[in-house]
Design a protein around this ligand. Structure first.
Ligand code: GAP
Length: 507
């Protein structure tokens, strides 16, 4: 019986089995899987690691590149009015003053005086709301949620502190309610540029990639001869000094964003906001994420630059979490850069014969969170019987072939010539078309299992018969079905399955 542990979706119509692990156990399994099979490692592991910083391994980098590629294709190649850029991480420090990040890019933090641990005040309140919900205390849940929404809307730090006291929220370490006041904590990392360490040489590691797009708005509009409405897309690293960094690659201090700023006529932003919300949701669905695991979450507390905002959330095994934000950023950023530089950032609209500062709709997705979503969606355990009739669990990653790190593994049945030579010949022939992997060590079953665990959709085994009939045994990952196919047909079979066009056409 196949049990897709993490999916109870209409996609496969299967429910969690009675023996399925709880959400956090399943999440831990996926985290361990990612580490064990070369997807993600803790940074500086041999020095006991650096908290909330991660490295991608040999399989992780391939999966990450594939996800980035699919986003890039959907946002640039498929759109006749969006172009890409690659801006630097360091920017003039005044950019961050103008954007509001120096003054407003803060999280409300609270310290427990006994454990000396620091927490995000809003997050420990949210935990309490969840606790009320799980224990069926509906009134307490509603009143705390309303209190939190109100306090966040007004940026009222004392009210946050009041809620923590009134609801007797305890520190999970010390189990006491002995809290400090709630204080704002800026999330930007700073460093010095050049050899002189004074205030004038302070630069920031960008906390979002978007500002590189805003400051290049006119450069791109003029050189690419873009007409409003048009967009600029970019992928790249962003840095935030997250105080509470946990849940693996969900909240990192160094992460990657894929952002697109769409410049529109003032007054049309509401329509475009709805357009991009739908478009981005369709992109997630086209990649195979079940609709039942995705939802929008409308922001109550808007960022300093937005007049509307919603998140696309995915149901991870530990609950619904934000993966992408769609923000109506008004003309805030461009106007601020005009004010701070005293340079005009206007568009001369030839149809209206008017000059204006465009409004902006932003789509912003975290590549690392998308990566985690993909792993959670793909992680599958099936129950079967071993040779003695006992229960046996088979684990594999049900990755779309377009996303799989390796597309085809080639195995000589035994480590002997001339099977090795024929195996290498197939490898050399196909390596120009897609990522192929050759292995001759270990029993064939073990080699299949290793590929299942990293999501390789196809394995081709070369045996002595292959020398005669020029065919291989092709094994399909999900079904484990095996078919005899001509070596000459391998390229087409694999290429058809890994095609990204089929995904992109669904958007
Ligand atoms: N330019 C708008 C912006 O940066 P955001 O909602 O702060 O908006 C966008 O971030 C996306 O970046 C989030 O939806 C999330 O996927 C990702 N992200 C934000 N902080 C992150 C962190 N500390 N670690 C990993 N991903 C993060």
């Amino acid at each position: 019986m196949e049990t897709k542990l993490n999916q109870d979706s209409p996609k496969d119509g299967k429910n969690l089995s009675a023996s399925a692990p709880s959400g956090s156990d399943l999440f831990q399994k996926i985290v361990s899987h990612a580490k064990e099979y070369g997807f993600v490692f803790q940074s500086s592991d041999i020095y006991d690691g650096l908290q909330a910083v991660y490295d991608y391994g040999s399989n992780g980098v391939e999966l990450k590149n594939n996800l980035r590629y699919l986003w890039w294709q959907a946002m640039t190649r498929l759109q006749d009015n969006i172009v890409g850029i690659d801006a630097a991480i360091f920017m003039h420090p005044t950019v961050w003053k103008a954007s509001g990040h120096v003054d407003s890019f803060n999280d409300p933090m609270i310290d427990n005086k006994d454990s000396k641990k620091r927490y995000r005040a809003d997050q420990i309140i949210e935990e309490k709301i969840r606790e009320y919900a799980l224990s069926g205390q509906k009134d307490a849940e509603k009143s705390l949620q309303e209190g939190l929404d109100k306090a966040l809307e007004k940026d009222d730090l004392n009210a946050l502190r009041g809620l923590i006291e009134d609801h007797k929220i305890l520190c999970p370490i010390s189990k006491t309610c002995n809290w400090t006041d709630v204080r704002q904590f800026n999330l930007m990392f700073s460093t010095q540029i050049g050899s002189l360490a004074d205030d004038s040489s302070t630069v920031y590691l960008r906390p979002e990639t978007a500002q590189g797009i805003f400051v290049n708005f006119l450069n791109v509009q003029k050189t690419a001869r873009m007409k409003v409405p048009f967009g600029i897309a970019q992928t790249g690293k962003a840095f935030r000094n997250e105080v509470v960094a946990r849940q693996f690659i969900m909240r990192m201090r160094e992460f990657e964003q894929m952002e697109m700023q769409f410049f529109v006529r003032p007054g049309t932003q509401a329509e475009w906001y709805e357009y991009w919300k739908e478009k981005r949701m369709n992109w997630h669905l086209a990649l195979g994420t079940p609709a039942s695991k995705l939802r929008f979450h409308k922001h109550v507390k808007l960022a300093h630059y937005a007049d509307a905002a919603a998140d696309i959330e995915f149901e991870f095994p530990i609950g619904f979490k934000e993966v992408e934000g769609i923000h109506s950023r008004t003309d805030f950023d461009l106007k601020q850069h005009e004010a701070f530089t005293r340079k005009k950032l206007r568009y001369q609209d030839p149809e209206l014969n008017q000059s204006y500062v465009p409004y902006v709709i932003e789509t912003s997705i975290g590549l690392d969170r998308l990566f985690l979503l993909t792993l959670c969606n793909a992680y599958t355990e099936t129950e079967g019987a071993d040779a003695d009739g006992g229960a046996k669990t088979r684990t594999f990653l049900d990755l779309h072939p377009a996303l799989a790190p390796i597309k085809l593994a080639i195995f000589p049945l035994i480590k002997k010539e001339p099977l090795q030579e024929l195996g290498m010949k197939i490898f050399d022939d196909l390596k120009f078309d897609f990522k192929v992997f050759y292995e001759e060590q270990a029993a064939i079953g073990k080699r299949y299992t290793r590929q299942d665990l990293i999501g390789t959709p196809f394995c081709a085994t070369v045996d002595f018969e292959s020398l005669e009939d020029q065919c291989v045994t092709l094994r399909y990952r999900n079904t484990t079905e095996q078919k005899r196919v001509p070596i000459a047909a391998l390229r087409d079979i694999v290429q058809k399955e890994i095609s990204v066009s089929d995904i992109l056409k669904k958007i």
